[in-house]
Design a protein around this ligand. Structure first.
Ligand SMILES: O=C(O)c1ccccc1NCC(=O)[C@H](O)[C@H](O)COP(=O)(O)O
Length: 211
């Protein structure tokens, strides 16, 4: 029987969205701390969302080239279980916070996956994202899936432009370890749509049933 990919719903902005994502079956939710994102959260709001998130749903904090001291301060007040880095952070920087981390890899350029796999050898996963245009995440655009990298022994999460209409095909073609979605389950930037979240997760599970 085919394994069901893990699902992360990213860019959660309210406690209600976190609850709905968990009820729909999300394995993880993402909280964005990049100030230029429409999904950006301040620490108080993030704390309310984390408090509403049930056990067995992982809370992931997203960062873009964060200042070390700011991130250290945030980690003293927020119980973020996984960190996700979307910028030019080195492997040494990512691992220096003593938390598990995910490193995002943008497919808008021509990433050298061998050297990335080496530099971020202890990452919990690599998130392969489109980074379309000048967006370092949350672009809502897919990349050319024929460029999906082969990285032996590494867990790869597919992101970028996924939605309930294309996630099934993506899983069948690429067999990612996990899928990550933000814009594709929104009614407007920064507003998650409960029905779209449900449909997305149902589609992920449908792939297993069809095998
Ligand atoms: O979501 C954002 O606004 C964002 C901004 C800057 C860096 C990362 C950001 N999001 C990261 C994510 O994990 C998204 O879920 C991922 O890029 C996919 O987004 P989408 O194409 O909208 O599904």
């Amino acid at each position: 029987m085919a394994r069901v990919p893990r699902v992360k719903i990213c860019g959660i902005t309210t406690a209600q969205e976190a609850t709905l994502a968990a009820e729909a079956g999300a394995d993880a939710i993402g909280l964005v701390f990049h100030e230029r994102s429409p999904r950006h959260l301040d620490p108080d709001r993030a704390a309310r969302i984390i408090a509403a998130t049930p056990a067995f749903v992982t809370v992931v904090g997203l960062f873009m080239n964060p200042e070390r001291r700011q991130l250290e301060t945030l980690l003293q007040i927020l119980p973020l279980e996984l960190l996700q880095f979307h910028g030019r952070e080195s492997g040494a920087f990512c691992r220096s916070f003593g938390r598990r981390y995910i490193k995002a890899v943008g497919m808008s350029g021509n990433p050298d996956m061998d050297s990335i796999a080496g530099e971020y050898g202890d990452a919990a996963a690599l998130l392969v994202d489109s980074h379309a245009g000048d967006r370092d995440g949350g672009s809502g655009e897919t990349f050319d899936w024929s460029r999906w990298p082969e990285v032996p022994d590494r867990r790869l999460i597919l992101a970028g432009g996924l939605n309930p209409g294309n996630v099934g095909q993506a899983i069948r073609e690429l067999r990612p370890w996990g899928v990550d979605v933000s814009s594709g389950v929104e009614s407007a930037p920064g507003r998650k749509d409960p029905e779209k979240m449900q449909q997305f997760i149902q589609e992920v599970h449908r792939v297993r049933e069809s095998h």
